[in-house]
Ligand binder design. Structure first.
Ligand code: NDP
Length: 502
């Protein structure tokens, strides 16, 4: 302790520091001595204060909270997180935009990430989804290309509507997600006023080994609220951090946001007969066929003590499942099982799961992974001889009791191309049909504004996709594009005398 009882400043090695404001110099006028380790250490640390931002979902907002089971689903899942009504489990959430960098404005038109980490007694379970029930593509092999179209053009270093709509028009299954993106729900006012979805098809199995395919839905208990393009433009002119402000302040002031967790459950054998592929990430399961089943409620009630430690370092991955919850043949999910964990290994390091945000809190962690950079935990099971498996030295052993039921697989290994059919347009059509007339008009205008800068060739290709959803959809966006180009033509005409005078 110092004289005034504040803690004494130290080096990272714990040695007391004599001065934190004056470099050590040879004489009062310098130069600086290289032996001034406090100076060297401060500068070196500053250079290392950033880690690579996420390639996708770089800008995010997070909070801790509690998940409470409200309904019994033990007949569907043996996962301990669900085993008792009333049981609570601590969660960490992170919401995000997808395309923008860390400094991007929060209120941009984009899909929102919606990730939840449950610190369960059988290890961490992550639902790593979005605020949309579906996605732009259904095959992970297209993911790097798709994301490239959302990021900056290599030459102009600008976002490129031409690239986005060029890609989407060649992947017509994307029209479902693009419709949601361009609809009223494309700019939620903040993370507290939007639903969340696990999006992928997962599986659950019960104690008898009966499997169901499932979709996870977070139903927002706050009203759904969104900004129009015009409202968002005004807001972004005032603050780029509106989501961080809203979420942080709500929790700080005790206005805790809540979501109900529901599942849709499909008997395993139904997957062979549904008219849509239930493992296709561009498709929902209609509520009428598979109604929502309530499971529990999540309340966010604690702001992280340190943003970097608990939000920037948070590593969510669909690979994190626990016994009673598993994967499905969804091709995008299977790609993400690898790519998300691998992104964390690259961005945070080999032992990212041992960081405070990611370390299991309610389950022992016993593995034989060894060493590497930043191995900052011991994990030696109390016996240094137990460093391989199998061993006779009391090291941890696998538990066959948590084996998931066998997965029935049929068919030849091949690269299956999905035939062009109406199947990709049925569900976007259902969505289009349920939108009221005024929302349809905003959809036309939002899409017209977004694709305004595109070439005529790309515009026509995308309009043809819209026409296959609904002729009114194509006509509405075409009219909006024309309206915009007429306005532009008028403003060019108005400019002409000024240019002529120069
Ligand atoms: P339902 O009428 O039972 O459900 C319609 C769903 O659409 C509701 O969840 C509703 O959310 C949501 N919704 C309304 N407006 C929008 C919008 N602008 N963007 C995104 N979602 C919106 O119909 P079905 O289950 O038969 O599905 C019909 C269509 O609704 C689907 O093809 C799909 O496009 C869309 N949808 C379906 C979902 C599902 O899981 N079945 C989930 C979300 C959308 P709310 O209840 O808050 O109004």
């Amino acid at each position: 302790m110092t004289n005034d009882s504040r803690p004494r400043l130290t080096t990272t090695a714990g040695a007391p520091v004599a001065s934190n404001s004056t470099s050590q110099t040879a004489g009062a006028r310098g130069p600086v001595l290289l032996q001034d380790y406090q100076l060297i250490e401060k500068l070196a640390h500053q250079n290392r204060e950033r880690i690579p931002e996420r390639v996708v979902h770089a800008k995010g907002w997070g909070a801790f909270g509690t998940f409470k089971v409200t309904k019994d689903i033990t007949h569907l899942s043996a996962a301990k997180v669900f085993d008792t009504v009333g049981k609570t489990t601590e969660v960490l959430t992170r919401f995000s935009t997808v395309a923008g960098e860390q400094g991007a404005a929060d209120a941009e038109r984009d899909v929102r990430g919606f990730s939840v980490k449950f610190y369960t007694e059988e290890g961490n379970w992550d639902i790593v989804g979005n605020n949309t029930p579906i996605f732009f593509i259904r095959d992970g092999i297209k993911f790097p290309d798709f994301i490239r179209t959302q990021k900056r053009h290599p030459k102009t270093n600008l976002r490129s509507p031409e690239a986005m709509f060029d890609f989407w028009s060649a992947q017509p299954e994307s029209v479902h997600q693009v419709t949601i993106l361009m609809s009223d729900r494309g700019i939620p006012v903040n993370p507290m006023h939007m639903h969340g979805y696990g999006s992928h098809t997962f599986s659950v199995w019960n104690k008898d080994g009966v499997r169901h395919w499932v979709k996870f839905h977070w139903r927002c208990e706050q009203p759904i609220r969104n900004y129009t393009n015009a409202e968002a433009e005004v807001l972004i002119g005032k603050t780029r951090e509106s989501y961080q402000e809203d979420l942080y302040n709500a929790i700080d002031q005790g206005r805790f946001p809540k979501w109900k967790l529901h599942i849709q459950a499909m008997p395993e054998e139904d997957a062979l007969t549904t008219p849509y592929n239930p493992f296709d990430l561009t498709k929902v399961w209609p509520h009428a066929d598979y109604p929502l089943i309530e499971v529990g409620e999540m309340e966010l009630n604690r702001n992280p003590e340190n943003y970097f430690v608990f939000v920037e370092n948070a590593a969510f991955s669909p690979s994190n499942v626990v016994p009673g919850i598993g994967f499905s043949p969804d091709k995008m999910l299977q790609a993400r099982i690898f790519s998300y964990a691998d992104a964390h290994r690259y961005r945070l390091g080999t032992h990212y799961e041992a960081l405070p945000a990611n370390a299991a809190k309610n389950a022992p962690v016993n593995h034989y992974h060894k060493d590497g950079p930043m191995r900052f935990f011991t994990n030696d099971f109390g016996n240094p001889d137990a460093y391989y498996e199998p061993n006779q030295h009391g090291g941890p052993v696998a538990d066959p009791g948590v084996q998931e039921p066998p997965l029935k697989i049929s068919g030849d290994a091949d690269r299956y191309v999905q035939e062009d059919s109406d199947a990709d347009y049925v569900q976007p059509r259902a969505l289009f049909n349920l939108l009221p007339a005024d929302e349809k008009q905003r959809l036309f205008d939002n899409m017209g504004a977004a694709m305004g800068p595109c070439s005529d060739a790309v515009k026509e290709r995308w309009l043809a996709v819209l026409g296959r959803v609904h002729s009114d959809y194509e006509a509405g966006v075409r009219a909006s594009l024309k309206k915009n180009s007429d306005v532009n033509a008028i403003s060019v005409t108005q400019d002409t005398p000024v240019e002529a005078a120069e």
